[in-house]
Design a protein around this ligand. Sequence first.
Ligand code: ZN
Ligand code: ZN
Length: 585
Amino acid sequence: MRYLIVCLGAAMLLTACGNETSNEKKNMDTGADARFDAYKERFVEELWRTHPGWASSVGYHKYDSVLLAPTPAERDKEIAFCNRHLDSLKQFDKNALSDNNKTDRLMIQNQLESSIWSVNEERSYEWNPSGYNVAERFAEILNGTYDSLDTRLHNIGIKLAAVPAYYEAAKQNIKNPTKEHTALAIEQNEGGTSVLETDLPAALEKSKLPAEEKSMIAERAKAAVAAMRGYAAWLKGMKNDSPRDFRLGKALYLKKFNYDIQSGYSVDQVYDKAMKRKQYLHSKMAELASQLWSKYMGTAAKPADSLVMIKQVIDKISLQHVSADSFQASIEKQIPVLTAFVKEKNLIYLDPSKPLVVRKEPDYMAGVAGASINAPGPYDKNGNTYYNVGSLAGWDKARAESYLREYNNYTLQILNIHEAIPGHYAQLVYSNQSPSIIKAILGNGAMVEGWAVYTELMMLENGYGNNAPEMWLMYYKWNLRSTCNTILDYDVHVNGISKEQAIHLLVNEAFQQQSEAEGKWRRVTLTQVQLCSYFTGFTEIYDLREELKAKMGSKFNLKEFHEKFLSYGSAPVKYIREMMLKEIK
Ligand code: ZN
Ligand code: ZN
């Protein structure tokens, strides 16, 4: 029922655009939509049964006690599940479905095809030992607040019994792993034991479970810890004379890009756009740095190399930053300023009944410096949305200073636009109003990150920061980061560039600190394609806006564009584009 109501709401917006025929069509086809809605419920329930760990992580706790061993039999079951549902999807004529269900159908199909591809071709279960780690699954249940401690501990007790078999199956899977993923697996499995050795015993102390059960859980925890350590030791001692290159290679990369990003552009098009964007940003930055030179550098001679000149001006501007102990307070103060600007300039409606709570990051997240948005999952829609701000307490002076320069007075504002208003936080509020559990679970990362990156530029275009050259220069530097993320990912995984070449790109062409560049290198050795999501989504959204502007002329309205765009939920931009283009016809 819920789906239907929202579906009609979308139809009413359609009428406002003068599209009567598709409105009528919608009403006629509610039969197909009702059938598809029922199917989606079955699909999701089965998805969770097949992936109990994923289920727990999104707040669906029916399978908390289950830990499946990654055996060939489990992979066969996974493939059978995917094929069965690909078959079921064929029963639904996509033209008979509402736009919402049409995109849900495509997203389910993509998920299923991607899983099959991953098992049969990507085969990371063979070369990525860090795919095996139970620590986080136990930590999530242990730190959860959704159920009583005793219930959660009871489930943990059952789950713990499966840990030794889980690692045995993992060892059977591994063949020629990459050195990088092997090192990560050792580090994470050794580090992860504290959940079971420290946090779990502390929780057992507080528990009212019968003494027998408690001691059984403690025993199983010991065996689980031994299995984790045993796995790490096995990896350390493994003979691996011809480790696989962590670089994915072109064939796999192209497919992974298609499944994970679901862009309307090909990889080559995106790479080409990123290279052009880098050039554009450099030329804009050179103009601004030249203009700001005497203000910041006095009578010093301007370096002939424009990249060197840009870097010197950026370094000077970065000295304007808040102090370590006012970091969180500065962020808190900025949220109402951003909200007021968005309202004054009519950029997008922000629901005042859904305030954003800024908080110090909770202890169990500590160590993840910086800022992040913590959104309620699809099964806890009314939960608070938190803006977690890492504390710099306990950092040594040099590290804190470098961090504060990175998040200087200008960049900190761009970060807040990205994470909060009107970036991730605003998008989340809209996506929670979108009726689709599918989009909540299979949400498209390129759309989500692309939106946040797009809003940075959009705010500045509308005069945020009073068009100060410093603000634009720091924005361009920030945008260069996501642009170069894409270039880096492709150059490393497909073109095979070396670490030295990668660091050169990040430090000399994207003006990053050595430590940031080293961190990014580590990330690109451990992930594939994900670094492309920011720039790809940004470019697609920006291009869509410009396309609609050109087509609609004086009828184009920026606020309506933003609200309409977000109303489809976290769907791939190419699908949103199709629907928006259809509507203006
Ligand atoms: Zn300083
Ligand atoms: Zn983001």
